[in-house]
Design a protein around this ligand. Structure first.
Ligand SMILES: [Zn+2]
Length: 345
């Protein structure tokens, strides 16, 4: 039997009746009975976390399919209907991806790190040929690859000419590139290279804002993860550099948005199913509430190539008692979750 939901559809703000027929939405009343699962409230196409790395318990660097499944369930139960993984320790287990209640998943495969960087983390896949590795990773996964534009924020990043060659090659293969950037030089190189999404962007120089806008680069600051780390940062020279980079990135969030850059919500680290917190950080950084909610919902879906609540769209809907644009905290309490046309909650 079709599912029927009635409520204020966001971001349009219009009260509508929506039906889910299998994994498709329609605004045209189907013939025959339907099961009304929501009447009233505010309807979103679910939440989206565009920067999350499920698959390992905190502090672990070995992929565990059971942990992956648990963390995906936490995302799903929070109303997160779509996820992008910019770096995973293993392959998405088929039984999780193919489950009838699986959030939409877009993986970029492994973290690719150029061998010329001064240091790399143990979990990075180090390669001397970043171009070939990036194209292969985008092809082997969901059209995305993830590379480290830098790692040590006091050492030179990947040269921007090399990043540009990677971007051109991956684009020619139909893929997109996400880049980890945590130093001023690293962000600048990624912005010059026309990377598709800049992750973190600590210490971002001012000129990056215009470069991102010109290249259509999205910005995923992952403020939640940095806010969590901030209290542990010591007041050493390196720590002060970190703190300054953190303050700068927060300032750039609003500047980037004002310049027309697509700012998106990603949490990066545990807990999973926590993208509502990133919405609050984005608002605190100066994003208008509607844009911050969109960054974790309809805007992020558009960025990932997924429809929002439109005729014929995929049947993902979350329902809230209050308008999240006025009360963002309500995003923590979905009254109803429909994913792939199934009632999850
Ligand atoms: Zn990350």
């Amino acid at each position: 039997m079709p599912l029927h939901l009635r409520g204020t559809v966001l971001p349009e703000g219009v009260v509508r009746d929506v039906w889910a027929l299998g994994d498709r939405l329609t605004f045209d009343r189907p013939s025959g009975p339907a099961d009304t699962v929501a009447d009233g409230g505010f309807l979103l196409p679910g939440l989206v976390d565009v920067h999350t790395h499920p698959g390992a318990a905190e502090g672990e660097t070995v992929f565990d399919p059971a942990v992956f499944a648990e963390q995906i369930a936490a995302h799903r139960d929070a109303g997160t209907t779509a996820l992008r993984f910019p770096g995973l320790l293993g392959d998405v287990p088929a039984e999780v991806r193919d489950a009838p209640d699986a959030p939409r998943m877009i993986t970029a495969g492994r973290w690719l790190a150029w061998a010329g960087l001064s240091k790399n983390a143990g979990f990075h896949t180090v390669t001397a040929d970043l171009v070939t590795a990036a194209v292969a990773e985008a092809k082997a996964n969901d059209g995305w690859c993830k590379l480290m534009a830098d790692w040590d924020f006091e050492a030179p990043p990947v040269p921007h000419e090399l990043l540009r060659t990677v971007v051109e090659a991956v684009h020619a293969a139909g893929g997109r590139v996400a880049a980890h950037c945590q130093s001023a030089e690293g962000v600048l190189g990624a912005a010059r290279a026309g990377i598709d999404s800049i992750e973190h962007g600590m210490g971002m120089p001012e000129e990056c804002v215009g470069l991102m806008a010109a290249h259509g680069t999205a910005y995923v600051p992952t403020l939640t993860a940095f806010a969590r780390s901030a209290p542990q940062i010591k007041s050493t020279a390196r720590g002060r550099l970190w703190q300054e980079g953190h303050r700068t990135m927060i300032r750039r969030v609003r500047e980037a948005h004002d310049a027309g850059v697509t700012v998106l919500a990603g949490t990066d680290s545990a807990p999973f199913g926590n993208v509502a917190t990133e919405v609050e950080h984005l608002i605190a950084a100066g994003l208008p509430a509607e844009s911050a909610v969109g960054a974790a919902s309809w805007t992020a879906r558009a960025f990932l190539g997924l429809p929002a609540l439109t005729e014929g769209a995929l049947a993902d809907i979350t329902v809230y008692d209050a308008d999240p644009r006025r009360e963002p905290a309500v995003l923590r309490h979905p009254r109803r979750i429909v994913l792939r046309g199934r009632v999850i909650r």
